[in-house]
Write a protein that binds this ligand. Sequence first.
Ligand SMILES: Nc1ncnc2c1ncn2[C@@H]1O[C@H](COP(=O)(O)OP(=O)(O)OP(=O)(O)O)[C@@H](O)[C@H]1O
Length: 316
Amino acid sequence: MIAVENVSKSFGNTLAVDRVSFEVKAGETLVLLGTSGSGKTTMLRMINRLLEPTSGNISLNHKSILAEPPEILRRNIGYVLQGYGLFPHYTVAENIAIVPSLLNWGKDKIYKRVNELLQKLRLPPEKYADAYPHELSGGQKQRVGLARALAANPPVLLMDEPFGALDPLTRESVRKEFKELDELKAKTIILVTHDVQEAFELGDKICLMDKGAVVQSGTPADLIFHPVNEFVKSFFSRHELQLRLQALRLKDIWRDLLTVDPSATSTFTSNKNIWEATEALTNKGPIIAYDPETGTTKKFEYADLQIALKQIKNNS
Ligand SMILES: Nc1ncnc2c1ncn2[C@@H]1O[C@H](COP(=O)(O)OP(=O)(O)OP(=O)(O)O)[C@@H](O)[C@H]1O
């Protein structure tokens, strides 16, 4: 668990971070969202002590991050830098092996781990292990950056605009892969982005920042359905309908869906949001979904979109 309490950071006369507080529970993803210059990167860099706060406290699992030297702290915190940050003269395998080497892992263990990660990230080792960063596409470099951060299996991951350097199409597909990646499912993640869509797709919680301070934090649904002020409202207004469909899950309209034979195979769970369900519906036809809590299986089709829209109207 990460707790940030009343943290501020000044650079000379610039107050970059202004009394920020938030908590991220183990296994959760928190997104720091905001316009350029709102203090997101500065906040993130204080968590692994690349910067020291001017005031306030940060703790990891109830222990102040000042309790041990930064090098020890960083063993538990993977960091994915803005714009990949790969070493150009290191091969892909060498880039991924940096932290395990620092930790004095044996050669065999490093080799095994690097290969395992390359495979998981769809970069066949025989083709990519010995390649250099300049030989890779943006999406591939992004995956190597992620593999490097994951190499020593840290429980916490900090990600600074991890998809920022990718074109919109690659960005969307890499983001989808990212969401499905097993290695990330149990991690506690803080992700910085200025992309509203990304925040809604990836965040369990979102902290919306402006001028160094948190304007509102909560679940995507809290922010979209209960904005605390005009700033929050206008920040999301351009994407309103899509965000609202993303903030609503199949289980929120579960009662109104048609029950089907539980023997029907389903790859969808009731946790999927309505936007994803509608996307799948468009590509593959009616969706069969399963709710682990009640053990029921239901069907989602176009007509049910009306139920979702009605629910959204009721929530507003
Ligand atoms: N090392 C530094 N020295 C002086 N000012 C800094 C420094 N780092 C950041 N700042 C200032 O602090 C403020 C917050 O910057 P920060 O990079 O944290 O914002 P951000 O929300 O991450 O923006 P972006 O999305 O553009 O990266 C800005 O006004 C920036 O100019």
